[in-house]
Ligand binder design. Sequence first.
Ligand code: MN3
Length: 205
Amino acid sequence: MTEHVLPKLPYDYNALEPHIDAKTMEIHHSKHHQAYVNNLNASLKDHPDLQNKTVEDLIKNLNSVPEAIRNAVRNSGGGHLNHTFFWQVMGPGKGGEPSGELLEKIKSSFESFDKFKEKFSAAGVSRFGSGWAWLTVDKTGKLAIESTANQDNPLTESTVAILGVDVWEHAYYLKFQNRRADYLATWWNVVNWDQVAHNLKSAKH
Ligand code: MN3
């Protein structure tokens, strides 16, 4: 069978310091993300027809996954997809503001870049329990801020995420404890806007 594998982190565990600490990154990637990958492979063990599908395919078409493993695929496949995405939209020496078409779209959708940040952070802060906040684009090119519970991905509801932030406690608890709003305020310093612009362009195709 083709097994899903943990992707290599595109930078070192300490690369996002001081904003996100090395220990959090190490545990998040090598333990949490690895567990999603392992659990996804375990849930697909007796389903050879699903083993060659990409994780995007599985999450996009959850209703075609047999009911017996649907929830497991939703959680562990979603976890694998979301974290693979999350590592890419962050990077060392990033932050700042987007430019070009992405900035224009953000301004026309949310009034200003600052207002966008405010609304996006609010979506993360107000997500009860564990989940994600997203900037998504729909088929018509319209941007929206969304929030999902657990490891759900907007793809299941047919919008495409171009930016996302993990608000599970495991993403910030070591450094920020219960202060999720402080984590989110700091997180803007590591956002890789070049990757987000790339995601916007690819989502159109
Ligand atoms: Mn996580």
